[in-house]
Design a protein around this ligand. Structure first.
Ligand SMILES: Cc1cc2nc3c(=O)[nH]c(=O)nc-3n(C[C@H](O)[C@H](O)[C@H](O)COP(=O)(O)O)c2cc1C
Length: 216
């Protein structure tokens, strides 16, 4: 009788391991194909809106196109001289600007002290033209930028300043990152009365925004 029970336990165990193995393989295959049961796509390009995303669509004309305007570039990349900063260089063209590399400052998570936030804010608050450039990290803006934004306190200092945004990453389709970054920065723009001129992910969109910046 005891021997019979051991056999039943063994058979149940083997069947259980078999079912578990098949289930695990299915999940793994699903993840590798870039989709899961709730239709989320991870790190996989799809032929949706971002490929045709127009940097000028639905945005306003700039208010500041004079050579004497104060221009600031917030670089939210860990690299001070990477692709984000080189796209900003193209956006400004031969106009002068000040580059602020967030990675060179110590800005803690909100609620953990101000750190260097006010050192950055002081350089930003008198700008007529602001370019925010972020690399895509995990389909979103970088943590440098998100943490910086989290520290913002609503005020009138940036009223009517022009805002341009660059969001760039390794993949050709950045629709998820564009949507999420646009969502946050559009809210910032509204709360600070900024003039959101446009958002670009490709070199050609940066060129379009460059022309806008020059008032063309
Ligand atoms: C932590 C991390 C996460 C990243 N996640 C993504 C991503 O989700 N999608 C993507 O297209 N590229 C991703 N990348 C690639 C960067 O966006 C890309 O290399 C970008 O051009 C880097 O800009 P930089 O030269 O200014 O640093 C990631 C890079 C890092 C370091």
């Amino acid at each position: 009788m005891r021997k019979f029970n051991i056999w039943i336990v063994l058979v149940v165990l083997i069947i259980g391991i078999g079912i578990g193995g098949v289930g695990f393989s299915l999940i793994e295959a699903n993840e590798n194909s870039g989709s899961s049961s709730n239709n989320m796509t991870v790190f996989k390009s799809s032929s949706n809106s971002a490929k045709n995303f127009s940097s000028t669509k639905n945005y306003t004309s700039p208010s500041h196109t004079k050579k004497s305007d104060k221009r600031v570039f917030i670089n939210a990349s860990m690299n001070t001289d990477g692709t984000t900063s080189s796209m900003a260089k193209t956006l400004f063209g031969d106009q002068s600007y000040k580059q602020i590399n967030l990675a060179s400052y110590n800005i803690p998570q909100v609620g953990r002290g101000e750190g260097d936030f006010n050192r950055v804010w002081k350089q930003l608050k008198t700008a007529d033209v602001i370019v925010i450039g972020t690399p895509v990290y995990w389909s979103n803006m970088s943590g440098y930028l998100k943490t910086f934004i989290d520290h913002l306190q609503i005020n009138n200092d940036l009223k009517n300043s022009d805002l341009y945004v660059i969001v760039q990453g390794a993949d050709s389709d950045q629709s998820v990152a564009i949507d999420s970054t646009y969502g946050s920065l559009n809210r910032v723009s509204k709360r600070f009365d900024l003039n959101f001129v446009g958002i670009a992910q490709t070199d050609s969109q940066v060129s379009q925004l460059h022309d806008k910046m020059l008032g063309k």
